[in-house]
Design a protein around this ligand. Structure first.
Ligand code: SF4
Length: 324
């Protein structure tokens, strides 16, 4: 059992609500993230999974402090995140984006893109910055001569390597990876995932890995958190969740991924995908947010939101007893 000293990032009851207004009057509240609690173990990968609209990208922005939470707490290495100066936090927590092309300035050479965090955050000389750029290019598997190329001269996989190199320049402890391989061809995805895992081993990095692709998550995650309409449905060790999912929504997601579905055949409660569409976050159903799509819903599911409870080595939010 991991102690809280092993947690590099911890969130307790974190939430982000947006109030929609018409003619200055509040008309609705979108609960994009609604009271989620989790931790990231030092040197490990927490994958956050769910369909588009489940709140995972909003959560990434909260973790990066791009947006402030509406409520809840977040700590980094045991310190309240809101008390950590912005520059110190920025050095420790960096982000890798889904679309490497749009996140790289097309008018700048790779050398200058990668060195930019050092220009903004350190007093290193141009010569020292250049040495660091060449060192990091080597770490991400790019030759030194590519430093003088512009983003459009690289392939998608190479551009993502440049994005990773830039994110590593300040020697962060955590990388928030927001769908980092979903824009890449399958063959390139595996190369970038392997690179991320090698860099994790070499630098002791911790990752928050946001993805809708469960085959990718199975490859890279140590822990998994499944989100639905801003809430946590199931969270725990990767092996437990992939081998024996407990929440009906996790089962639906896994059964949508052919390789994984094959291994789950015959397990109780495994429902065929897809069972309807994700409801609008503007108008979520009462009680369990998954009730409209759940083939096992009980009368109580439309009235009461189930709390997370410990079931077989992971936490599950479901009224079924036991979930199956
Ligand atoms: Fe299905 Fe009810 Fe469990 Fe929600 S709480 S997942 S509706 S059985």
């Amino acid at each position: 059992m991991a102690s809280t000293d092993d947690f590099i990032l911890e969130a307790k009851g974190l939430g982000k609500h947006y109030e929609l207004r018409r003619l200055l009057q509040p008309v609705a509240t979108v609960k994009a993230v609604d009271g989620v609690s989790f931790h990231v173990r030092r040197g490990k990968t927490l994958a956050i999974v769910g369909e588009s609209g489940c709140g995972k990208s909003t959560l990434a922005r909260l973790l990066m402090r791009i947006e402030a939470p509406s409520f809840g707490e977040m700590s980094f290495s045991g310190r309240d995140v809101s008390a950590i100066p912005a520059q110190e936090f920025r050095q420790s927590v960096q982000m890798i984006f889904q679309d490497p092309y749009s996140s790289l300035n097309p008018r700048k050479k790779a050398r200058s893109i990668i060195a930019e965090p050092l220009v903004v955050n350190t007093n290193l000389s141009a010569t020292e910055r250049d040495a660091r750029v060449l060192e990091i290019l080597n770490k991400v598997g790019l030759r030194p001569e590519v430093a003088d190329r512009y983003p459009h001269m690289f392939s998608g996989g190479q551009r993502q390597r440049i994005g990773i190199a830039r994110a590593l320049m300040l020697r962060p402890q955590i990388l928030i990876c927001d769908e980092p391989v979903s824009a890449l061809d399958i063959s390139i995805q595996a190369q970038v995932l392997n690179l991320l895992m090698d860099l994790q081993d070499e630098f002791g990095l911790s990752y928050v890995f946001i993805s809708h692709d469960l085959a990718v998550v199975r490859h890279i995650a140590d822990d998994v958190m499944v989100m639905y309409l801003g809430k946590v449905m199931e969270q725990g060790p990767r092996e437990a969740i992939f081998a024996n999912p407990q929440h009906p929504y996790t089962k639906m997601l896994l059964s949508s991924t052919p390789d994984i579905a094959e291994g789950l055949k015959g397990q109780a409660g495994t429902q065929s995908p897809p069972a309807g569409e994700l409801p609008s976050p503007l108008n979520p159903p009462p009680g369990c947010p998954f009730q409209k799509r759940c083939s096992q819903a009980l009368p109580t599911c439309s009235q009461t939101m189930p709390s997370l409870r410990l079931v077989q080595n992971r936490q599950v939010a479901c009224h079924l007893d036991p979930p199956n």
